[in-house]
Ligand binder design. Structure first.
Ligand code: ZN
Length: 177
């Protein structure tokens, strides 16, 4: 049966080429994945560059686009929060045990400052005063005893409540104090 032999040969060569094909397919997939990873990495770098450029404009007071300004304000606030917490962490690390001292306070839940998603719609009259501002230097002995409930003051620019020690308003993006 010549036909049978011929078709069996075809089957074998088909099987071999299929294995090769599968291997090459895997290779092509890996190569393509590598290309995509490269592009994603480049994209991430450009995004960081964009963010840095926007932050620089914002810090120079040259970023008038309200949505971007608000994001920058939130980043500034987070940065300030971050360095606060790093300082607190260092203070905790520096603590030494002393007999008959009060037990340290249990940690509170940390809620990051809210980011308002859209442009400000409520324009209240600026209510001035009452802000203890940034007078509270890093608390000394026994510290961290303040209540979180009343930690909001109206922004002097737009009147929206902002956190007491906020450097920038998370609503209008302007500098406070
Ligand atoms: Zn404001």
């Amino acid at each position: 049966m010549a036909d049978f032999v011929e078709s069996a040969k075809h089957l074998v060569s088909a099987a071999v080429s299929r294995t090769t094909w599968e291997a090459q397919k895997q290779l092509r997939i890996r190569n393509k994945q590598g290309e995509i990873d490269q592009l994603l990495k480049q994209r991430q770098l450009l995004l960081e560059e964009l963010a840095t450029a926007a932050m620089t404009l914002y810090q120079q007071g040259a970023l008038s686009q309200p949505q971007l300004a608000r994001i920058c304000a939130s980043i500034q606030e987070l940065d300030a929060d971050l360095s606060n917490r790093e300082q607190q962490l260092q203070e905790i690390k520096n603590e030494t045990y002393q007999p008959e001292q009060f037990a340290p306070q249990p940690p509170r839940d940390y809620t990051p400052p809210p980011v308002t998603p859209t442009a400000p719609t409520t324009q209240q009259a600026p209510t001035v005063g009452g802000a203890p501002g940034m007078t509270r230097a890093s608390a000394g002995a026994g510290g961290s005893g303040t209540s979180r409930a009343a930690d909001k003051v109206p922004c002097p620019h737009c009147g929206q409540p902002v956190r007491v020690r906020a450097l920038y308003c998370s609503n209008c993006g302007k500098k406070i104090g």
